[in-house]
Design a protein around this ligand. Sequence first.
Ligand SMILES: *Cc1c(COP(=O)(O)O)cnc(C)c1O
Length: 397
Amino acid sequence: MNAAVPAVLGGAPVFAEAIPLTRPTLHLDDGLYVQLRRVLESGQLTNGSQVEAFEREVADFLSVEHVVAVSNCTTGLMLVLRVLNLAGELVLPSFTFMASGHAALWNGLDLFFADVNAETCTVDPQSVAESVGSRTAAIMAVHTFGAPCAMEALAKIADAHRIPLLVDAAHGFGGRYEDGSRIGSKGLVEVFSLSPTKPFSTAEGGIVATNDAGLARDLRLARNYGNPGSYDSVLLGLNARLVEFSAVLGRYGLPCVPEWVQQRQQLADRYRRNLRDVPGLGFQRIEKGACSTYKDMCLIIDPELFGMTRDSAARALERENIPSRPYFSPPLHRQSLYKRYANSSPGPLSRTEWLASRVLTVPMSSHLRDSEVDAVCHALRRIQNHAAAVQAQLDPP
Ligand SMILES: *Cc1c(COP(=O)(O)O)cnc(C)c1O
């Protein structure tokens, strides 16, 4: 069989069995099992000392004053919007995961979608500035794929309008801003996800980071039904507590995060080097000095130059046993739930549409092997080399 021919044209697939698109990285050793066992035997499965210790350690790691651990990032975002008692509109990118928007809708807020920068994939401050109006209650930015968004420019807009700047930092744990500081300290609050597809996982979990003591206090109440302990509830909370097992996993993993993120960066560099000269393949731009977590390895496929659409490329990769995912496709304003906000933007969300039809993420995790990256790159190369035949095979005229 000809190794130069893509699987979709009859070549042997690059992988005999499908590799995962991502998988959680965990620090597993006997010490972890001893700790988990202690938690089990103690009978204190929630509301215990592990979560407290995890919060202190994360605050230290992020260099923020307060960390409130929650059950996941979605509940964290919901509670942040709740305790801020916002009303009106939230300005946010449409190019994000649905949870960013859901948190606002759960709080009865309306949405106003801002466009993104097509190179960085993060929300465009210019578009945010044009989107802020008299009904705007807050801005929510997103560190898309783990790359920090333009916080300085966004903070100026928020300050000028005296509205809070919140961050859905779901992808960002372990990344750094351009000035070298860790993602987590620049928004009024930054909310991380610790679910298994994110760079640092505690199975399920979320981290709310803030330097605002009052907000942290309210969030602690809010994650526990809004019950101050007297059973006289003072705000509409949820049960959004992180469980003790997750905190143990988190405490074990936390010291490894810098290494895990570095591994992802090295793999991302390898992808970039390997694919540099493939026509029609672009990459997310990471600002100078900034550090992405590479929650996702994002390719931007130009259908003209690559010779086929992003979706065709994904199908051809699937035949190579390589999973991939279009992102964020459909973007929020194209989803059924959000259609009523589709026309709320000052202009068409043209760069959001552009990216949503071109972004494809390919396998990435801290323990992906160099040889696996090379194989994915080889597959992409040979698919592109045979673009016309691949396209004809997938979509016969
Ligand atoms: C994963 C994700 C969330 C939700 O995180 P959970 O911990 O699963 O609730 C929110 N926003 C973005 C951008 C995400 O990718």
